[in-house]
Design a protein around this ligand. Structure first.
Ligand SMILES: NC(=O)c1ccc[n+]([C@@H]2O[C@H](COP(=O)([O-])OP(=O)(O)OC[C@H]3O[C@@H](n4cnc5c(N)ncnc54)[C@H](OP(=O)(O)O)[C@@H]3O)[C@@H](O)[C@H]2O)c1
Length: 233
């Protein structure tokens, strides 16, 4: 029986949990979410947090003694009532940038910090990033805060992969770009996406799970797209 942890049960996170669940008894699935409606779902072991702050993360993970084989961190934020991706420099605000940094970079890294004793020796961890967080891939500009936050997440993953490789364990930690996926996060920005390039959450989750079953410790510290291609940092 494999132990899987899904952090953040939005569109893609929940699809990952549901697909793993369909693999029969092979996966025991724990979800950490701020969505209380999931508590009713008996397919999963659901741990509720008020938000994904450092204090909540620490106390939630302190209740666990599981060794996870797979960790899928699917947290992320692109827009909120008052926050919209910037089209140009003059739209950039510190408060909005901080909120995006917290959701996309600080919260995922906080989970990794507090998960260290809960990882199996060959644990594989995927952190949902985005291609727009690649510095070398940035040709269009715009979306300053989201790009900065995902670039910060990418650096955290790369740095953690170097540290984790020093232990005798064969842990593999990767960044993953799911492609534009039909979820709450992308909803306002789907207009110009060709129909065949807008993925369902199920499709993105399938791509992620397939990749997770393939990668090993030699892939640790890499950034992969939904199709398995590596993305330059
Ligand atoms: N959808 C796309 O087109 C797309 C493209 C590229 C990359 N991504 C990345 O894929 C990941 C999953 O996104 P999604 O499309 O599934 O989006 P989503 O449906 O909006 O889910 C994102 C989840 O992140 C958590 N979250 C929301 N606000 C947060 C905050 N302020 N701080 C910390 N966590 C917060 C929530 O988890 P709980 O409700 O469980 O607490 C939420 O359900 C994200 O990292 C996103 O950046 C998505």
């Amino acid at each position: 029986m494999k132990q899987s942890l899904i952090i953040g049960a939005g569109g893609i996170g929940l699809a990952v949990a549901e697909l793993l669940c369909q693999q029969g008894d092979e996966h025991n699935i724990t979800i950490i979410t701020s969505n209380p409606t999931l508590l009713r779902d008996k397919r999963f072991n659901v741990l509720l947090v008020e938000n994904h702050s450092e204090q909540q993360v620490a106390s939630c993970l302190a209740t666990l003694s599981i060794k996870f084989d797979y960790v899928f961190c699917c947290l992320g934020l692109l827009h909120q009532e008052e926050i919209q991706p910037e089209k140009n420099l003059s739209q950039w605000r510190v408060d909005s940038a901080m909120a995006l940094m917290q959701a996309n970079a600080f919260a995922p890294l906080t989970y990794l910090v507090h998960l260290q004793k809960l990882l199996s020796k060959e644990c594989k961890l995927a952190f949902l990033s985005a291609r727009v967080g690649s510095i070398s891939d940035n040709r269009l500009g715009g979306w300053y805060s989201y790009r900065m936050a995902k670039a910060a997440l990418n650096m955290a993953i790369k740095t953690a992969s170097v540290e984790l490789a020093r232990s005798s364990n064969k842990v593999c930690v990767i960044a993953f770009h799911p492609g534009t996926t039909d979820t709450k996060l992308s909803k306002p920005f789907q207009r110009n996406v060709p129909e065949n390039k807008l993925f369902t959450a199920q499709f993105s989750a399938e791509c992620l799970i397939r990749l997770m079953f393939q990668v090993n410790e030699k892939d640790s510290g890499k950034f992969f797209a939904w199709d398995g291609q590596e993305i330059e940092w």
